[in-house]
Design a protein around this ligand. Structure first.
Ligand SMILES: Cc1cc2nc3c(=O)[nH]c(=O)nc-3n(C[C@H](O)[C@H](O)[C@H](O)COP(=O)(O)OP(=O)(O)OC[C@H]3O[C@@H](n4cnc5c(N)ncnc54)[C@H](O)[C@@H]3O)c2cc1C
Length: 378
């Protein structure tokens, strides 16, 4: 069987892989994108759809800002907007200590260019009358919003393909080896893809691939829990979330233009990457529904029509792995997005393409380097 050559082989067709393929083509790099299932079938296609910057790890804000810019021009860039709505993101709180956290975050985020509006009890109700009585204040991020995860990664993969990337679905990578200057990437059906650069964007499965190069990472799989209600007339513009240290309370919701209210959060359920299954915890579904009613009491009148989960990779420090390998030249990683990679998707692809193309990137990503796991003292 003949080898398929490219400048870059990308392993994993989630949001990160699809957007990296697109941005590498913009830089005239030939690209092969390999996806075991269908593009965007895993976390990238089943997530909540929050395009949220507020509340993020502060050093991640430059990357989130770069991503937000791309969200705003996606229709021009790739011909589809993935139903992105810049409706704003409202982060409520129930307690004084959480209000202090919101105030501190707003002050700390400002130097990164993220302007947040703090709303006291009365201002909050004047502006967002649907909010429940337990909320004492909120922080509003006017330029955040939400989008349809089902559409985003396939839209980038289609655009990459139109621009000349070769996208292979139903193609599972079993091994990657470096022989001389090039990597040989072998798929389950014996095909070999050859390139001087490999980018691993394999979500929670990225750890199995980095392990092949003696770069193990402590990644664990978990399943965030989601649900959706029957449709009702469109009335809730912003995404609504909460700042709380009580895990069960940390739920969030958004209404799509068709009327359904999507919500999620609370306790995460089990996820088994080897068999590609994640499970909904019925007890969490019940607790979620109670907790979203604390945010917006009117939701108690609605019927829940579907629940689901997805497989996401989490690191102990709750930040992803991005950048070049610490051991092998030409090998790059962007995986393990710890439940907050959807907003970052376009920015991660753009930054990884820049890093591969130029050897450096304008957006700081040093905190995410894989070397942090090997540099820890014994
Ligand atoms: C239920 C849920 C809700 C979430 N909500 C949000 C949210 O609201 N906002 C937000 O910002 N983030 C959210 N996230 C997180 C976000 O979805 C992920 O961080 C992001 O989608 C990760 O994208 P990815 O491309 O890295 O991974 P994935 O989407 O997992 O894609 C990796 C791909 O690699 C493929 N692959 C793996 N191994 C191989 C191999 N050996 N060969 C070929 N292909 C391979 C897989 O099949 C998969 O398609 C949520 C996640 C979940 C699960």
């Amino acid at each position: 069987m003949s080898k398929i050559n490219a400048d870059v082989v990308i392993i994993g067709g989630g949001f990160m892989g699809a957007s990296a393929a697109f941005f590498l083509r913009q830089r005239n790099r030939s690209v092969v994108l390999l996806e075991r299932d269908l593009v965007g079938q895993q976390a990238s296609g089943v997530n909540f759809g929050n395009v949220r910057r507020q509340g993020r790890f502060l050093p991640q804000l430059p990357l989130a800002n770069r991503s937000r810019e791309i969200w705003g021009k996606m229709a021009d860039l790739i011909g589809e907007d993935a139903e992105f709505l810049p409706t704003g993101h409202l982060r409520l709180c129930f307690r004084d200590e959480d209000l202090e956290t919101l105030e501190r975050y707003a002050a700390d985020a400002r130097p990164y260019g993220l302007e947040l509006e703090l709303l006291g009890r009365n201002a909050l109700r004047d502006r967002f009358p649907f909010v429940g009585p337990d909320a004492i204040a909120a922080s509003f991020s006017p330029n955040d919003g939400h989008a349809n995860p089902r559409l985003a990664a396939p839209a980038f993969a289609r655009a990459a393909s139109r621009a000349g990337a070769e996208v292979f679905e139903r193609t599972e990578v079993l091994s990657i080896e470096k022989a001389g200057e090039d990597f040989q990437v072998e798929s389950h059906d014996g095909r070999v893809f050859q390139a001087p650069v490999v980018l691993v964007t394999a979500g929670v499965w990225g750890g199995q691939l980095s392990q092949q190069f003696d770069e193990p990472v402590p990644i664990v799989a978990m399943g965030p829990q989601m649900a959706v209600t029957e449709p009702v007339p469109y009335a809730l513009e912003p995404v609504v979330g909460i700042c709380s240290s009580v895990p069960e309370e940390v739920v969030y919701l958004r209404q799509v233009k068709r009327g359904n209210i999507v919500y999620g959060g609370g306790l995460r359920g089990p996820a088994l990457p080897d068999i590609r299954r994640s499970y909904v915890l019925p007890s969490n579904t019940l607790s979620q529904f109670e907790n979203v009613q604390r945010l917006v009491p009117a939701l108690g009148n609605l019927r829940v029509i579907r629940t689901w989960s997805g497989i996401e990779g989490y690191l102990q420090d709750d930040i992803p792995i991005m950048g070049e390998s610490a051991r092998v030249s030409g090998l790059y990683y962007a995986f393990g997005f710890c439940g907050h990679g959807f907003q970052l998707g376009p920015g991660v692809g753009d930054v990884m393409a820049e890093l591969i193309d130029r050897g450096s990137t304008e957006t700081p990503i040093d905190p995410f380097h894989i070397g942090r796991f090997s540099e820890q003292p014994a």
